[in-house]
Design a protein around this ligand. Structure first.
Ligand SMILES: C=C(O[C@@H]1C=C(C(=O)O)C=C[C@H]1O)C(=O)O
Length: 450
């Protein structure tokens, strides 16, 4: 979006919010301001790389968009917090009706974010101060705004203008020094090591990942719009904290819980898309009948069923894997549903499930430890989970087909499940396909041999 169009949007929204504030009996009593505003186009138009207030954009399959900015409440986990600390803290907080927590958990909850993630805490959650929601196809957005305590009209105007502010349209000058990305020989070495660990019986499956780096040449709103158009069945989201963004088009739901209804997706086993319909069908048949893919996939299903059996009654899984077709790849997917026992919430599910063998391996604990020790770089939030949460209910999606953007430079990530018989060249090809969404959406200009 052009700077002028963004400015016009900012002015209009702030005027509408001030008007709603004046008309409300808000006075000194505080409380949320709710309004509906005409809103053409995507809420992604409010998203911008150069935004310093924490911000979030989310567009799950189905097209309901959310955008939030500023911090009404924040909840971050420090290095020695565990899941129980996080749950206790959430239980102590209460949000106004209709407001949500947005946030993310890292790949390995026991490994503090390091390297390029070092500026981020171990788990980040915030409830935005300005929150917009828009249904697919609607030309209106719902707005929920939390005014500062004791604010008058002038304060509200300034506050909303500040929240929607962006700092220029170029990338910040300071350039982070991401590590040198892995080339094929290094990636192959990691796969050989993983195959050795498997041959020794230490692991059955392990996910080996790599990253590429480059300059981002596309504005964030365009990147999000491109992802939403290309990957309608993925959850497109972006989360910024301290000026750095995590962006993803995730095909994989870690878990969702609404009331007692629990849903989990098992996603593992990958093939490329065909160049013609016939070729695509051939590739799909190969994927469905491949013993190697079946092994990779079954490891995830077994883990999910075991994890849910401790938290849910009536766990049911689809009869066999179906095939999820995305623009770049096709995956084996098995959907699992269950009925949560009383008192079980989103974080209980995440604690039991995450990281699944789809992104770690099996046995799950050993594979997670192995990845943290041998990946060669900290995964941070790559293959972690992003979600939306309120009062126990919510959804988490795995941060795959994702990138970390800092100062106009990005690192994009991709991983592949390694089992006995995996071939490094084929895994490299698969990782290239998995990097495609981010490379294209960000217009990544890669620098090699730095
Ligand atoms: C690890 C990634 O993807 C995961 C690994 C898959 C596989 O190995 O077949 C498939 C889907 C995802 O669960 C990634 O995209 O980075």
């Amino acid at each position: 979006m052009s700077v002028m169009a963004h400015e016009a949007l900012r002015q209009r929204l702030s005027a509408q919010i001030v008007e709603a504030f004046s008309a409300s009996a808000h006075g000194q009593t505080g409380g949320p301001i709710r309004l509906r505003v005409p809103f053409e186009g995507s809420l992604a138009s409010l998203a911008h790389w150069n935004r310093w207030e924490p911000a979030v954009y989310s567009r799950p399959p189905g097209g309901e968009e959310r955008f939030g900015v500023g911090v009404y409440r924040r909840l971050v986990a420090s290095a020695d917090d565990d899941w129980e600390d996080l749950k206790v803290r959430f239980a102590q907080e209460e949000l106004p009706q209709g407001l949500f927590w947005f946030g993310a958990i890292p790949f390995d909850f026991h490994a503090p974010p390091l390297g390029l993630w070092a500026a981020w805490p171990k788990s980040i959650w915030f409830a935005p101060r300005l929150y917009l929601k828009k249904s697919a196809g609607s030309d209106e957005a719902e707005v929920l705004y939390m005014p500062p305590r004791g604010a008058d009209e002038m304060d509200v105007r300034t506050d909303v203008i500040d929240l929607l502010d962006v700092h220029g349209d170029g990338a910040p000058a300071a350039r982070p020094s991401f590590e040198q990305p892995e080339d094929f020989p290094r990636f192959r070495e990691k796969i050989y090591r993983a195959l050795r660990a498997i041959a020794q019986g230490r692991l059955n499956k392990v996910v080996v990942a790599r990253f590429v780096t480059g300059r981002v040449t596309r504005p964030l709103d365009e990147a999000l719009a491109a992802l939403a158009a290309q990957y309608p069945d993925s959850h497109v989201f972006a989360l910024s904290w301290q000026g750095r963004w995590l962006i993803s088009a995730s095909p994989e739901r870690l878990c969702a819980i609404h009331g007692p209804a629990v849903k989990v997706d098992c996603l593992a086993g990958t093939a490329r898309r065909g160049r013609s319909e016939d070729e695509d069908t051939v590739l799909e048949r190969e994927l469905v009948s491949s013993a190697k893919n079946a092994r990779e996939h079954q490891a995830v299903v077994d883990h999910v069923l075991r994890a849910l059996s401790g938290l849910c009654d009536e766990v049911e899984k689809e009869a066999g894997p179906s095939v999820l077709k995305l623009a770049n790849v096709q995956h084996l997917r098995t959907r699992v549903v269950g009925r949560a026992r009383p008192g079980i919430g989103l974080l209980d599910l995440a604690q039991a499930l995450h990281p699944t063998p789809a992104v770690a391996g099996t046995p799950q604990r050993e594979a997670t430890t192995y990845v943290t020790a041998h990946e060669g770089w900290p995964r941070g939030y790559y293959a972690g989970a992003f979600g939306i949460y309120a009062e126990g209910d919510g959804e988490l999606d795995v941060c795959l087909r994702s990138a970390f953007v800092d100062g106009g430079e990005a690192a994009a990530f991709a991983g592949c499940g390694i089992v006995e018989g995996s071939d490094p060249a084929a895994e490299w090809e698969e990782s290239e396909l998995k990097l495609k969404p981010m490379r294209e959406a960000l217009g990544l200009r890669e620098e090699v041999g730095r």
